[in-house]
Design a protein around this ligand. Structure first.
Ligand SMILES: Nc1ncnc2c1ncn2[C@@H]1O[C@H](COP(=O)(O)OP(=O)(O)OP(=O)(O)O)[C@@H](O)[C@H]1O
Ligand SMILES: [Mg+2]
Length: 478
């Protein structure tokens, strides 16, 4: 199995580390800027001191003061292990009294003796410069000279970097430590999810047992519960389908064996009259088999999942039920059954799928004629109930279905014990499925004294309803 890093873990780390690193960079810039200020403060003072020392070697004179600073003395004064220092002294009239004349001359304000510190470039190198006007003597009225001292930036940069490192390094270590801790923390926190994933991916496609929720984190628990619920439902559906396939195969096996036996018998016959008789029997068996297959197909066609294929159209239940009942008159007559219709005057508009509704009525009339006694009476009726529902009722005067069986006869393949008539026990299951697709409700009542059965189907009135609407409104009213 491919081992991929949990995306959640990567996301958490990215969200934590990204902003932290940006903060670290900003902090480093701020720290460097502040450190540079402090380094300048410290070294500017020393530079000021050197400027003062140089001016101590100035003497008053005419026409301008003199600077008595030998080269040897100057180099001792400006000696520094890390930086180069330059100086320049100017008289008030602009004469260069000493030092490096190539040093750019500072333009100091006309008055005042406050020193000026600034960045400058000397001999192609960045330097820190002090420029100040100082008296050559302590005596009052002594002439002023302008002194400038420049120093390269090596010490200052080094100090600023050291100070910045002192601030930023511990922070960097902290971030590294936090990353490691978060990495471990998140990995450990996500371990149950990884286990869950392994448990699901390692199971067989036939295993629909619930996932163990023992150490599933609380946040994921509802999801796992939902998945378990779904698996339980799938399991029930699989069981149901398996049983159905087994039942259907069993139901098909018997008539197919019967057909085979009858064919073998017919093949052994020499008498043409007996062969004819066998063929007639074969025809009846094949007819039964083909009905069973039709019922099975119909059952599959009307499964609850077929909701999309249902074509609801406005339809007058009254006229429709009459039309379907008329088709049954010849068959009823054969069994000497009085098939009647008891409709209402006005149209009874419902939204229905015509083909499916025909199938529903056919199955109910077929049962009524099939299971009531010869010479009996079967009535198809339509009416509007007190609640405004559109009712279709098929009644017979045969023996009542026992109360205990009234629910079970709607199950697939369920037939009453001792039923003599042909049938496979699928008709009412189909009726029930079609009713569900229409959002209709079925009731079964007996007539008085254990005689007769009335199957009623109650539809929502109205022509524009969809199956979902119909089911929804039925759930609200029931
Ligand atoms: N009107 C009725 N009167 C008495 N018993 C009935 C009536 N309708 C149904 N039953 C009983 O309910 C059982 C189930 O009926 P259902 O229509 O589901 O199957 P079936 O008629 O046996 O077979 P199929 O309709 O698939 O050919 C029947 O076998 C019968 O025992
Ligand atoms: Mg039937």
């Amino acid at each position: 199995m491919r081992k991929t890093e949990p995306r959640l873990q990567r996301k958490l780390l990215a969200w934590l580390l990204g902003p932290l690193l940006v903060l670290l960079v900003l902090d480093a810039v701020a720290a460097y800027w502040t450190s540079q200020r402090f380094a300048n403060l410290a070294y500017d003072r020393a530079l000021h001191e050197i400027a003062r020392e140089i001016v101590l070697h100035a003497r008053p004179g005419t026409p301008h003061p003199r600077l008595e600073l030998s080269e040897a003395a100057a180099s001792i004064l400006l000696m520094d292990a890390q930086d180069h220092l330059y100086y320049r002294v100017d008289a008030g009239d602009g004469t260069v009294l000493g030092g490096d004349a190539s040093l750019p001359k500072a333009s100091l304000p006309a008055r005042g003796t406050e020193p000026l510190f600034y960045q400058e470039t000397v001999h192609g190198q960045p330097v820190r410069m002090i420029a100040a006007r100082m008296p050559v003597d302590e005596a009052a009225g002594a002439p002023l000279v302008q002194v400038q001292v420049a120093e390269t930036l090596n010490k200052r940069t080094r100090l600023a970097l050291e100070m910045m490192a002192n601030v930023v390094l511990p922070q960097l270590l902290l971030i590294v430590a936090a990353t490691v801790l978060v990495w471990f923390g998140v990995s450990r926190g996500l371990e149950p999810l990884q286990r869950l994933r392994n448990a699901v991916s390692n199971r067989s496609h036939l295993d629909l047992s619930p996932i163990d929720t023992h150490d599933v984190p609380g946040e994921v628990r509802p999801l796992v519960d939902e998945v378990n619920e779904l698996m339980a439902r799938l399991g029930r559906t699989f069981d149901f389908q398996n049983r159905f396939v087994a039942d259907a195969a069993h139901q098909l096996k018997t008539p197919v064996s019967g057909l085979k036996a009858q064919i073998e018998l017919a093949l052994r016959e020499n008498d043409p009259e007996r062969v004819r008789h066998s063929l007639a029997q074969l025809y009846i068996s094949a007819d039964r088999l083909s009905r069973l297959v039709r019922q099975l197909l119909s059952l599959a066609r009307n499964e609850p999942g077929a909701l999309e294929s249902v074509q609801l159209q406005p339809l007058d239940l009254n006229a429709f039920a009459l039309e379907v009942s008329m088709d049954w008159v010849p068959h009823a007559l054969k069994r000497q059954i009085d098939l009647g219709f008891d409709g209402i005057e006005q149209p009874l508009m419902i939204a229905a799928d015509g083909d499916r509704l025909r199938e529903l009525i056919n199955n109910l009339i077929d049962n009524a004629i099939r299971y009531s006694h010869e010479g009996g009476r079967v009535t198809v009726g339509t009416s509007r109930t007190a609640e405004g529902l559109c009712k279709l009722a098929i009644s017979d005067d045969g023996p009542s279905i026992p109360v205990a069986e009234r629910k079970r006869i709607f199950e697939r393949f369920h037939r009453l014990l001792g039923t003599q008539q042909d049938g496979s026990g699928l008709g009412l299951a189909i009726v029930s499925e079609i009713a569900i697709l229409h959002g209709a409700r079925i009731t079964l009542e007996e007539d008085v004294d254990g005689i007769g059965n009335t199957f009623s189907v109650l539809f929502q009135p109205g022509a524009g309803t969809t199956p979902q609407d119909a089911i929804g409104s039925l759930e609200r009213t029931s």
